[in-house]
Design a binder for this molecule. Sequence first.
Ligand SMILES: [Zn+2]
Length: 75
Amino acid sequence: MTFDSLKMEPLFRADARLEIEERETTCQCQACGNGFTITDKYWFICPSCEDLRAEVLSGRELYIEHYQGEEIAAE
Ligand SMILES: [Zn+2]
């Protein structure tokens, strides 16, 4: 299937549903090495030393857990 044919045909039915699961963001402080998770806001401050240089270890990913529905029959 080419990209042009994907543009021509709708990929999902009109009644398709998208479910998004929020995941925790895990960071590690670059100053003191403290590991912490961000659950509330996107506020990347180390709770231990209040340094702003936190490296994001996980939580960047966005994926579709599952897609449920019927394929649109080709006519
Ligand atoms: Zn720190």
